[in-house]
Design a protein around this ligand. Structure first.
Ligand SMILES: Cc1ncc(COP(=O)(O)O)c(C=O)c1O
Length: 392
């Protein structure tokens, strides 16, 4: 019987040995073998089948991390998924696996600001040059490809500014030039878009966000195709970037309700977007208005939208934006997103980074909202009272 993914998530990872509906948390540094021959046999199996969950030491994982990797591999429809202690660990692992001194990489201008720091500043010290391209003008991508270009790193939509790119075009450019492609797909997760199936070589999701869904754990996932698998496997071994079993368990638990939660985040966000889109002083950064390029690019590639959106607010005085943000009662002020709760964050330079293509006028301010699982009518009422503090 073929099962839909929604059903698979509810029925996977049962522990028939212990008669438990959930898998055990296996914590181990040392893994015990019955004999000298047994350890060698296991190592031979691991060599023959490197994705098969054969371990000789805890740094390679335990059955608990393997279960999570298997679930994610199915969700991603990828060759394999590596799991890391944070989402940013997966960003690092993806880039570290494939770029070497002398290489150049092309990175979407609105990437997550730590990804910008890593590529723009840190990699420079290793003689790796980064060029940022305009997400809305892929000519800036194409014209900057040189003989040294190795990787295109996309984040979609843009971090905090929410530009949607023409992903198909990026892949066709990459294919023509034989470049490796990676995408940060944290906003959508493979529930709404499957990058590896679509043709990307690597896909990153911060499991800290929607996968875990409860704001109590950090983790990352890096899905890969067969082509880049050996490089990432080698880099994983050398960096020791591996998720611990307790965190793997929590993320597996979160995944059981990924579809239910994301469906609700989407519905709630749509209602909030409908409310906010009526305000003439606010530009909604979310795929809601049908006539925009961003909407068309989202519609072309995604089957849904998550709960994270931006507001570009036109206001002469930052104090009034501050008042709006501070007077929200149901939106907590803080980093991260993807949990059950609503959050708000004013986007300053620290969040956006030193972007080349972010055109923000002096009287325009970016505010990010994460729409949680609360009753959307309560969220709208809260926004309504807080918006009264905005002075245009
Ligand atoms: C788009 C995106 N990618 C990656 C990360 C990094 O994930 P983590 O916080 O789990 O390291 C974040 C964190 O906010 C993010 O927003």
């Amino acid at each position: 019987m073929s099962k839909s993914f929604k059903t698979f998530l509810k029925h996977t990872a049962k522990d028939f040995h212990n008669q438990s509906v959930n898998p055990p948390v296996v914590r181990a540094s040392t893994i015990i073998f019955k004999s000298m021959q047994h350890i060698r046999k296991t190592q031979a199996k691991a060599q023959k089948n490197p994705t098969g969950g054969h371990y000789d030491y805890g740094r390679q994982g335990t059955s608990t991390t393997h279960i999570l990797q298997k679930i994610l591999t199915k969700l991603e429809e990828s060759y394999h998924v590596f799991t890391t202690p944070t989402g940013f660990g997966s960003v690092f692992l993806a880039i570290f696996s494939v770029v070497r001194p002398g290489d150049e990489i092309l990175v979407a201008d609105p990437v997550y600001s730590p990804t910008r720091l890593l590529t723009q500043d840190y990699l420079k010290e290793f003689n790796i040059k980064t060029i940022f391209y305009d997400p809305s003008d892929l000519k800036t991508l194409e014209k900057n490809i040189t003989k040294k270009t190795k990787l295109i790193f996309v984040e979609n939509p843009g971090s905090n500014s929410f530009e949607f790119q023409d992903l198909g075009k990026i892949l066709s450019i990459a294919k023509k030039k034989n470049l490796i492609t990676a995408i940060d797909n944290t906003w959508a997760t493979p529930y709404y878009f499957k990058p590896i199936k679509f043709g990307f070589d690597m896909s990153i999701v911060s499991a800290t966000k929607y996968y875990s869904g409860h704001s109590d754990v950090m983790g990352g996932s890096l899905a890969v195709n067969k082509k880049v698998f050996p490089k990432v496997k080698a880099a994983e071994k050398i960096t020791g970037l591996r998720l611990g079993p307790d965190d793997a368990y929590l993320i597996t638990r979160g995944l059981r309700t990924l579809d239910v939660r994301l469906d609700r985040h989407r519905e709630n966000a749509k209602k909030i977007a409908a409310f906010l889109s009526k305000n003439k002083k606010i530009k909604l950064l979310y795929p809601y208005k049908k006539d925009s390029y961003n909407f068309r690019m989202w519609k072309k590639y995604y089957s849904g939208a998550s709960g994270l959106m931006g507001l570009k607010i036109k206001a002469k005085n930052i104090n009034s934006v501050r008042k709006f943000v501070n007077s929200l009662k149901l939106f907590g002020y803080g980093y991260s997103w993807g949990g059950f709760e609503s959050l708000v964050l004013h986007q300053e330079f620290r969040e956006t980074g030193n972007r080349k293509y972010l055109n923000l006028a002096k009287d325009e301010h970016l505010v990010r909202l994460h729409i949680g699982l609360e009753d959307p009518n309560d969220l709208i009422a809260d926004l309504k009272q807080a918006l009264r503090h905005l002075k245009w």
